[in-house]
Design a protein around this ligand. Sequence first.
Ligand SMILES: [Zn+2]
Length: 148
Amino acid sequence: MNSIDSFLNEKLQIRPKIVVDTKSFEGKTDPTQYSAETHTILVKPTYNMKTDPEGWMVHESEHAKLNIKDDNKPYPENSVERVAYTAQFKFLKATNKAVVFNDLKDSKKFPTLSLKFTKYGGEWEPVLKKYWEMANGKDAPTNTKEVA
Ligand SMILES: [Zn+2]
């Protein structure tokens, strides 16, 4: 977990508690998740930032920074996911890990993120595409004020 720790310290200047956990990931595809109850980022033991880019840690860090309730819209349309995904996509673009939207759907580049685009018959794609566009624009939400 050293690489994840140093990534958070260097790039994000926050130190959320990070816990490697197996149980929380049963039946789930995402390699990371944020627990608002314990203010902790949970990481799947098999998660490898080299083969599955650190965008997920950016995503969870946004959850940790916000630590607020969402607006009750379904996943991934709710206000908190909007901020988290937009930050994740902004990071992937800034680091050239994703250049165009379709890169996100590439299972070789993004083994877990790409699964979001096939889930429920592609139901989430328009929402994620909107976040990709927001990540490329000036109006990307970055804090709680903008999502309120
Ligand atoms: Zn999220």
